[in-house]
Ligand binder design. Structure first.
Ligand SMILES: NC(=O)c1ccc[n+]([C@@H]2O[C@H](COP(=O)([O-])OP(=O)(O)OC[C@H]3O[C@@H](n4cnc5c(N)ncnc54)[C@H](OP(=O)(O)O)[C@@H]3O)[C@@H](O)[C@H]2O)c1
Length: 289
């Protein structure tokens, strides 16, 4: 039997969520958004789509929550765009997507398609995915930004092997955002990239806060330590997110999920004293991770 669309209405996020500024404009963003990789690459099943609508309702309840996608994520842009439109939520979400192809003409065609899939004539943030042909796409995007078709531009990567290239992009290109991997067991971004982004006034979006799920699975093998309760975390996912959000150079984290219960847990991780939480988590992790 299919789940009725309102089955998840018990979940809510009452906020207000902590926000941090986008340095290039001062616009404030809620510090937890959602990634659509895997979770939103789905077909037409009504129950699945109802769950995803619930995820989106939760994330926009933070007033402007980031919804991050990419042409790389199969049907995710189309599904996110359709569900935001059906629920009349487009204007309450901060839509971030990416261009992931070589060549200026192919980039333009792909980005035009993203506008259609998101059912919008304005994308909040367009990012060059994994630095693929950065120069060509940023040239296009500089013009589109002037025209108001995109509000912000950025570059992304997911692996420390690309940090030299990412660093060069932050130094040489004019971008509002960088999106990179950062988690309790993968902290290399702390060394150069987070300080550089802060110095240059570039907002930071953190992808893979749970190591793509593997870090979360690993730590979840053990019971939650007593300190978790003291820092306001009731799940391992919240411990891992509080660690990331406790870094002052992070603007937003975008854990990927298609599960409304997980989304509600992830949003609640933004509550409390994040700097103090981070200290306690680091103390616990020393010698363990
Ligand atoms: N190069 C790039 O630009 C790049 C690369 C990688 C990722 N990204 C972006 O960053 C986002 C995040 O990365 P990711 O999705 O690959 O990895 P992630 O956020 O580190 O982990 C996602 C995994 O964690 C699970 N999860 C999420 N919240 C949970 C919770 N509260 N409790 C238990 N499990 C939970 C998800 O499963 P459920 O669906 O079951 O919750 C999923 O399996 C992506 O979705 C994408 O938007 C960008």
């Amino acid at each position: 039997m299919r789940a009725p669309p309102d089955i998840f209405l018990g979940l809510s996020y009452d906020g207000p969520m902590q926000q941090r500024p986008i340095p290039s404009t001062g616009e404030m963003l809620p510090i937890v958004g959602v990634g659509t990789y895997r979770g939103f690459d789905v077909g037409g099943d009504a129950g699945t789509r109802a769950r995803l609508t619930e995820v989106l309702k939760l994330v926009v309840a933070t007033k402007g929550g980031v919804v991050d996608s990419s042409p790389m994520y199969g049907r995710a842009e189309d599904v996110s765009g359709a569900l935001l439109q059906e629920a009349n939520l487009r204007n309450r979400a901060f839509i971030a997507t990416k261009v992931w192809t070589s060549g200026q003409a192919r980039g333009i065609a792909q980005m035009e398609k993203s506008f259609k899939l998101f059912r919008t004539d304005r994308i909040d943030l367009m990012q060059v995915h994994n630095l693929l042909d950065t120069r060509a796409h940023l040239d296009t995007l500089a013009g589109w930004k002037k025209e108001g078709r995109v509000r912000y531009v950025g570059v992304t990567h997911y692996h420390s092997g690309a940090y030299n290239e990412l660093e060069a992009a932050l130094n040489n290109e004019k971008v509002d955002f960088v999106q990179l991997n950062y988690s309790l067991d993968d902290r290399m971004a702390e060394q150069r990239l987070l300080p550089l982004a802060e110095h240059k006034g570039i907002a930071v979006i953190v992808n893979l806060p749970f190591g793509g799920g593997s870090l979360l699975s690993e730590v979840s093998k053990q019971p939650l330590p007593p300190f978790a309760k003291e820092i306001g975390a009731s799940t391992w996912s919240q411990v891992l997110l509080k660690f990331v959000l406790g870094h002052p150079g992070v603007t937003v984290a975008i854990p990927g999920t298609g599960n409304p219960t997980h989304m509600a847990e992830n949003l609640a991780a933004a509550d409390g004293d994040l700097a103090r939480g981070r200290e306690a988590i680091l103390k616990w992790a020393k010698g363990r991770l």
